[in-house]
Design a binder for this molecule. Structure first.
Ligand code: DP6
Length: 318
Protein backbone atom coordinates (compact mmCIF):
# COMPACT_ATOMS: atom_id res chain seq x y z
CA UNK A 1 0.00 0.00 0.00
CA UNK A 2 1.35 3.42 -0.99
CA UNK A 3 0.01 6.96 -0.62
CA UNK A 4 1.41 9.63 -2.94
CA UNK A 5 0.80 13.34 -3.44
CA UNK A 6 1.06 15.27 -6.71
CA UNK A 7 0.33 18.93 -7.37
CA UNK A 8 -1.60 20.51 -10.22
CA UNK A 9 0.29 22.40 -12.90
CA UNK A 10 -0.71 25.25 -15.16
CA UNK A 11 0.75 25.31 -18.67
CA UNK A 12 2.48 28.54 -19.70
CA UNK A 13 2.94 26.99 -23.15
CA UNK A 14 -0.09 24.79 -23.77
CA UNK A 15 -0.53 21.19 -24.80
CA UNK A 16 -3.52 20.94 -27.14
CA UNK A 17 -3.81 18.02 -29.51
CA UNK A 18 -2.71 14.40 -29.70
CA UNK A 19 -0.71 12.87 -32.51
CA UNK A 20 -1.37 9.45 -30.97
CA UNK A 21 -4.49 9.20 -28.80
CA UNK A 22 -3.64 5.80 -27.32
CA UNK A 23 -0.08 6.63 -26.24
CA UNK A 24 -0.99 10.31 -25.63
CA UNK A 25 1.78 11.75 -27.76
CA UNK A 26 1.25 15.49 -28.26
CA UNK A 27 1.71 17.56 -31.40
CA UNK A 28 3.74 20.15 -29.51
CA UNK A 29 5.98 20.45 -26.48
CA UNK A 30 4.59 22.34 -23.50
CA UNK A 31 5.97 24.21 -20.47
CA UNK A 32 4.29 24.44 -17.06
CA UNK A 33 4.43 25.69 -13.51
CA UNK A 34 3.47 23.26 -10.72
CA UNK A 35 1.46 24.94 -7.94
CA UNK A 36 1.92 24.54 -4.18
CA UNK A 37 -1.67 25.00 -3.09
CA UNK A 38 -3.61 22.50 -5.22
CA UNK A 39 -2.87 18.78 -5.10
CA UNK A 40 -4.25 15.24 -5.05
CA UNK A 41 -3.48 12.53 -2.49
CA UNK A 42 -3.97 8.97 -3.71
CA UNK A 43 -3.64 5.67 -1.87
CA UNK A 44 -3.24 2.44 -3.83
CA UNK A 45 -3.49 -0.98 -2.22
CA UNK A 46 -3.13 -4.14 -4.30
CA UNK A 47 -5.23 -6.88 -2.72
CA UNK A 48 -5.38 -10.46 -4.01
CA UNK A 49 -8.92 -10.85 -2.60
CA UNK A 50 -10.38 -8.23 -4.98
CA UNK A 51 -12.14 -9.40 -8.16
CA UNK A 52 -12.16 -5.89 -9.69
CA UNK A 53 -10.45 -2.54 -9.06
CA UNK A 54 -12.26 -0.27 -6.59
CA UNK A 55 -12.11 3.52 -6.82
CA UNK A 56 -13.24 6.14 -4.35
CA UNK A 57 -12.80 9.88 -5.03
CA UNK A 58 -13.46 12.46 -2.31
CA UNK A 59 -15.41 9.87 -0.34
CA UNK A 60 -17.67 8.80 -3.26
CA UNK A 61 -17.47 5.45 -5.07
CA UNK A 62 -16.68 5.91 -8.79
CA UNK A 63 -16.68 3.79 -11.90
CA UNK A 64 -13.27 2.13 -12.20
CA UNK A 65 -13.18 1.68 -16.01
CA UNK A 66 -10.56 4.38 -16.75
CA UNK A 67 -8.66 3.50 -13.59
CA UNK A 68 -8.46 -0.16 -14.63
CA UNK A 69 -7.09 0.77 -18.07
CA UNK A 70 -4.36 2.78 -16.36
CA UNK A 71 -3.61 0.18 -13.66
CA UNK A 72 -3.30 -2.46 -16.41
CA UNK A 73 -0.25 -0.54 -17.66
CA UNK A 74 1.28 -0.67 -14.18
CA UNK A 75 0.37 -4.36 -13.73
CA UNK A 76 1.89 -5.10 -17.14
CA UNK A 77 5.19 -3.43 -16.17
CA UNK A 78 5.24 -5.16 -12.76
CA UNK A 79 4.20 -8.58 -14.07
CA UNK A 80 1.23 -8.88 -11.70
CA UNK A 81 -2.53 -9.30 -12.17
CA UNK A 82 -3.70 -8.26 -8.67
CA UNK A 83 -6.58 -5.78 -8.46
CA UNK A 84 -6.35 -2.61 -6.38
CA UNK A 85 -8.31 -0.44 -4.01
CA UNK A 86 -7.68 3.24 -4.89
CA UNK A 87 -8.72 6.13 -2.68
CA UNK A 88 -8.16 9.66 -3.89
CA UNK A 89 -8.71 13.11 -2.35
CA UNK A 90 -8.47 16.37 -4.24
CA UNK A 91 -7.11 19.22 -2.13
CA UNK A 92 -8.43 22.08 -4.15
CA UNK A 93 -10.53 24.82 -2.54
CA UNK A 94 -14.20 23.93 -2.97
CA UNK A 95 -15.49 24.73 -6.44
CA UNK A 96 -12.23 26.26 -7.64
CA UNK A 97 -12.71 24.55 -10.98
CA UNK A 98 -9.11 23.39 -10.76
CA UNK A 99 -9.64 19.72 -9.93
CA UNK A 100 -7.28 18.37 -12.44
CA UNK A 101 -6.44 15.17 -14.24
CA UNK A 102 -2.79 16.30 -14.06
CA UNK A 103 -2.42 15.94 -10.28
CA UNK A 104 -4.75 12.92 -10.30
CA UNK A 105 -2.76 10.80 -12.75
CA UNK A 106 0.65 11.91 -11.46
CA UNK A 107 -0.34 10.85 -7.92
CA UNK A 108 -1.87 7.61 -9.22
CA UNK A 109 1.19 6.78 -11.34
CA UNK A 110 3.52 7.25 -8.36
CA UNK A 111 1.34 5.45 -5.80
CA UNK A 112 0.42 2.55 -8.09
CA UNK A 113 3.94 1.94 -9.44
CA UNK A 114 5.35 2.02 -5.91
CA UNK A 115 2.65 -0.24 -4.48
CA UNK A 116 3.27 -2.69 -7.35
CA UNK A 117 6.94 -2.91 -6.38
CA UNK A 118 8.28 -0.94 -9.36
CA UNK A 119 11.02 1.64 -8.87
CA UNK A 120 10.60 3.99 -11.81
CA UNK A 121 12.97 6.87 -12.40
CA UNK A 122 11.44 10.30 -12.98
CA UNK A 123 11.42 9.90 -16.75
CA UNK A 124 9.67 6.53 -16.65
CA UNK A 125 7.19 7.91 -14.10
CA UNK A 126 6.47 10.92 -16.32
CA UNK A 127 5.88 8.64 -19.31
CA UNK A 128 3.53 6.49 -17.24
CA UNK A 129 1.58 9.50 -15.92
CA UNK A 130 1.30 10.76 -19.52
CA UNK A 131 -0.68 7.64 -20.44
CA UNK A 132 -3.41 8.69 -17.99
CA UNK A 133 -3.57 12.35 -18.99
CA UNK A 134 -1.05 14.30 -21.03
CA UNK A 135 -0.65 17.17 -18.60
CA UNK A 136 0.07 14.67 -15.78
CA UNK A 137 3.50 14.01 -17.34
CA UNK A 138 4.48 17.50 -16.08
CA UNK A 139 2.97 17.15 -12.56
CA UNK A 140 5.66 14.59 -11.67
CA UNK A 141 7.98 17.59 -11.26
CA UNK A 142 7.98 20.66 -9.03
CA UNK A 143 8.38 24.24 -10.25
CA UNK A 144 8.92 24.65 -13.97
CA UNK A 145 8.76 21.65 -16.30
CA UNK A 146 8.93 21.00 -20.02
CA UNK A 147 7.12 18.09 -21.68
CA UNK A 148 9.06 17.23 -24.83
CA UNK A 149 6.66 16.20 -27.55
CA UNK A 150 9.10 13.47 -28.63
CA UNK A 151 8.54 11.10 -31.52
CA UNK A 152 7.42 7.94 -29.70
CA UNK A 153 6.50 6.56 -26.30
CA UNK A 154 10.11 6.59 -25.07
CA UNK A 155 10.95 10.15 -26.13
CA UNK A 156 7.77 11.94 -25.00
CA UNK A 157 8.37 12.78 -21.34
CA UNK A 158 8.59 15.79 -19.06
CA UNK A 159 11.60 16.97 -17.11
CA UNK A 160 12.28 19.88 -14.75
CA UNK A 161 13.64 23.17 -16.04
CA UNK A 162 16.31 25.07 -14.08
CA UNK A 163 14.75 27.13 -11.28
CA UNK A 164 14.22 30.78 -12.09
CA UNK A 165 15.16 33.47 -9.57
CA UNK A 166 11.88 35.22 -10.39
CA UNK A 167 9.37 34.96 -7.49
CA UNK A 168 6.59 33.65 -9.76
CA UNK A 169 3.03 33.53 -8.44
CA UNK A 170 -0.22 32.32 -9.99
CA UNK A 171 -3.45 34.16 -9.20
CA UNK A 172 -6.51 32.05 -10.05
CA UNK A 173 -9.72 33.93 -10.81
CA UNK A 174 -12.82 31.75 -10.54
CA UNK A 175 -15.20 32.98 -13.20
CA UNK A 176 -17.44 29.93 -13.18
CA UNK A 177 -16.79 26.80 -11.13
CA UNK A 178 -19.69 24.81 -12.61
CA UNK A 179 -19.21 21.74 -14.79
CA UNK A 180 -17.63 22.34 -18.19
CA UNK A 181 -20.01 22.41 -21.17
CA UNK A 182 -17.56 20.31 -23.22
CA UNK A 183 -14.78 18.10 -21.85
CA UNK A 184 -11.25 18.93 -22.97
CA UNK A 185 -10.46 15.51 -24.43
CA UNK A 186 -13.26 15.59 -27.01
CA UNK A 187 -12.74 19.25 -27.82
CA UNK A 188 -9.02 18.70 -28.26
CA UNK A 189 -9.64 15.90 -30.76
CA UNK A 190 -12.20 17.99 -32.62
CA UNK A 191 -9.85 20.97 -32.81
CA UNK A 192 -7.17 18.78 -34.39
CA UNK A 193 -9.68 17.24 -36.81
CA UNK A 194 -11.55 20.35 -37.93
CA UNK A 195 -9.84 23.66 -37.06
CA UNK A 196 -8.18 25.27 -40.08
CA UNK A 197 -5.97 27.11 -37.57
CA UNK A 198 -4.62 23.91 -36.01
CA UNK A 199 -1.54 23.53 -38.28
CA UNK A 200 -0.60 27.15 -37.54
CA UNK A 201 -1.05 26.45 -33.81
CA UNK A 202 1.44 23.56 -34.01
CA UNK A 203 4.07 25.64 -35.80
CA UNK A 204 3.76 28.64 -33.49
CA UNK A 205 3.42 26.71 -30.24
CA UNK A 206 6.48 24.55 -30.81
CA UNK A 207 8.57 27.66 -31.48
CA UNK A 208 7.03 29.28 -28.39
CA UNK A 209 8.09 26.34 -26.19
CA UNK A 210 11.71 26.82 -27.28
CA UNK A 211 11.49 30.58 -26.78
CA UNK A 212 9.91 30.09 -23.34
CA UNK A 213 12.75 27.87 -22.14
CA UNK A 214 15.22 30.59 -23.16
CA UNK A 215 13.16 33.36 -21.54
CA UNK A 216 12.89 31.39 -18.28
CA UNK A 217 16.66 30.78 -18.25
CA UNK A 218 17.18 34.53 -18.71
CA UNK A 219 14.62 35.46 -15.99
CA UNK A 220 13.00 37.63 -18.68
CA UNK A 221 9.53 38.26 -17.22
CA UNK A 222 8.15 40.41 -20.09
CA UNK A 223 8.97 37.67 -22.62
CA UNK A 224 7.74 34.88 -20.30
CA UNK A 225 4.45 36.73 -19.86
CA UNK A 226 4.09 37.60 -23.53
CA UNK A 227 4.65 33.99 -24.62
CA UNK A 228 2.22 32.76 -21.93
CA UNK A 229 -0.62 34.95 -23.22
CA UNK A 230 0.16 34.15 -26.86
CA UNK A 231 0.06 30.39 -26.32
CA UNK A 232 -3.27 30.54 -24.47
CA UNK A 233 -4.91 32.90 -26.96
CA UNK A 234 -3.67 30.92 -29.96
CA UNK A 235 -5.03 27.70 -28.41
CA UNK A 236 -8.40 29.35 -27.82
CA UNK A 237 -8.39 30.81 -31.33
CA UNK A 238 -7.87 27.32 -32.76
CA UNK A 239 -10.78 26.07 -30.60
CA UNK A 240 -13.05 28.91 -31.78
CA UNK A 241 -12.24 28.10 -35.40
CA UNK A 242 -13.14 24.40 -35.04
CA UNK A 243 -16.37 22.91 -36.42
CA UNK A 244 -18.65 23.26 -34.55
CA UNK A 245 -17.28 26.58 -33.30
CA UNK A 246 -16.96 26.81 -29.56
CA UNK A 247 -15.44 28.99 -26.87
CA UNK A 248 -14.83 28.65 -23.12
CA UNK A 249 -14.82 32.45 -22.82
CA UNK A 250 -17.58 33.93 -20.70
CA UNK A 251 -18.31 37.64 -20.18
CA UNK A 252 -16.39 37.68 -16.89
CA UNK A 253 -13.46 35.92 -18.55
CA UNK A 254 -13.05 38.93 -20.82
CA UNK A 255 -13.45 41.27 -17.84
CA UNK A 256 -10.40 39.61 -16.25
CA UNK A 257 -8.36 39.95 -19.46
CA UNK A 258 -9.29 43.65 -19.57
CA UNK A 259 -8.19 44.13 -15.97
CA UNK A 260 -4.89 42.41 -16.74
CA UNK A 261 -4.24 44.64 -19.74
CA UNK A 262 -5.13 47.76 -17.72
CA UNK A 263 -2.76 46.69 -14.92
CA UNK A 264 0.01 46.06 -17.44
CA UNK A 265 -0.50 49.47 -18.99
CA UNK A 266 0.17 50.90 -15.53
CA UNK A 267 3.43 48.93 -15.22
CA UNK A 268 2.34 45.81 -13.29
CA UNK A 269 3.91 42.58 -14.64
CA UNK A 270 0.80 40.39 -14.88
CA UNK A 271 -0.18 38.06 -17.73
CA UNK A 272 -3.27 35.91 -18.30
CA UNK A 273 -3.67 32.29 -19.32
CA UNK A 274 -6.69 29.97 -19.58
CA UNK A 275 -7.24 26.25 -19.96
CA UNK A 276 -10.29 24.18 -20.90
CA UNK A 277 -12.71 26.34 -18.94
CA UNK A 278 -13.67 29.98 -18.31
CA UNK A 279 -11.43 30.54 -15.25
CA UNK A 280 -8.41 32.76 -15.75
CA UNK A 281 -4.97 32.21 -14.24
CA UNK A 282 -2.67 35.20 -13.89
CA UNK A 283 1.09 34.91 -13.90
CA UNK A 284 2.75 37.63 -11.84
CA UNK A 285 5.56 38.22 -9.32
CA UNK A 286 5.22 38.09 -5.53
CA UNK A 287 5.66 41.85 -4.92
CA UNK A 288 2.70 42.57 -7.26
CA UNK A 289 0.19 40.03 -5.91
CA UNK A 290 -1.50 42.56 -3.60
CA UNK A 291 -1.98 45.07 -6.44
CA UNK A 292 -3.39 42.38 -8.75
CA UNK A 293 -5.81 41.09 -6.08
CA UNK A 294 -6.92 44.64 -5.22
CA UNK A 295 -7.75 45.32 -8.88
CA UNK A 296 -9.82 42.11 -9.08
CA UNK A 297 -11.58 42.37 -5.71
CA UNK A 298 -14.47 44.72 -6.66
CA UNK A 299 -15.78 42.15 -9.16
CA UNK A 300 -14.34 38.86 -7.93
CA UNK A 301 -13.92 39.39 -4.18
CA UNK A 302 -13.89 35.86 -2.67
CA UNK A 303 -13.20 34.19 -6.02
CA UNK A 304 -9.45 34.85 -6.16
CA UNK A 305 -6.80 32.31 -5.04
CA UNK A 306 -3.03 32.80 -4.98
CA UNK A 307 -0.40 30.07 -5.21
CA UNK A 308 3.39 29.89 -5.20
CA UNK A 309 5.27 27.23 -7.20
CA UNK A 310 4.91 23.76 -5.68
CA UNK A 311 7.04 20.66 -5.20
CA UNK A 312 7.42 17.42 -7.16
CA UNK A 313 5.15 14.42 -6.70
CA UNK A 314 6.23 12.36 -3.70
CA UNK A 315 5.42 9.28 -1.66
CA UNK A 316 3.75 10.19 1.64
CA UNK A 317 3.37 6.73 3.13
CA UNK A 318 4.55 3.29 2.18
C1 DP6 B 1 -5.81 23.11 -21.76
O1 DP6 B 1 -3.93 16.81 -20.03
O2 DP6 B 1 -6.35 17.19 -19.41
O3 DP6 B 1 -4.99 22.18 -19.73
O4 DP6 B 1 -4.33 14.26 -22.28
O5 DP6 B 1 -6.74 14.36 -22.92
O6 DP6 B 1 -6.10 14.00 -20.53
P1 DP6 B 1 -5.72 14.62 -21.86
O7 DP6 B 1 -5.76 16.19 -21.67
P2 DP6 B 1 -5.32 17.15 -20.48
O8 DP6 B 1 -5.31 18.52 -21.28
C2 DP6 B 1 -4.78 19.67 -20.77
C3 DP6 B 1 -5.05 20.79 -21.71
C4 DP6 B 1 -4.81 22.16 -21.14
C5 DP6 B 1 -3.42 22.67 -21.49
C6 DP6 B 1 -2.26 22.07 -20.74
O9 DP6 B 1 -2.40 21.72 -19.55
O10 DP6 B 1 -1.18 22.01 -21.34
Amino acid sequence: MTTARAHTNIALIKYWGKRDADLILPYTSSVSLTLADFYTDTRVEFDARLATDQFQLDGQAQSAAKLTRFLDLVRGQAGITTRARVTSTNHVPTAAGLASSASAYAALALAASHAAGLTLDDRALSRLARRGSGSAARSVFGGLAVWHRGTDDASSYAEPLPATTLPLRMVVVMVNAGPKPIGSRDLMANTVATSPYYPAWVTHNEAAATAMIQALAADDMPTIGHLTEQSAMQMHAAIMAADPAFTYFEPETLAVWQTVHRLRASGVPVYATMDAGPNVKLLTLAPHVATVCAALSPQFDQRVLVSAPGPAARVLED
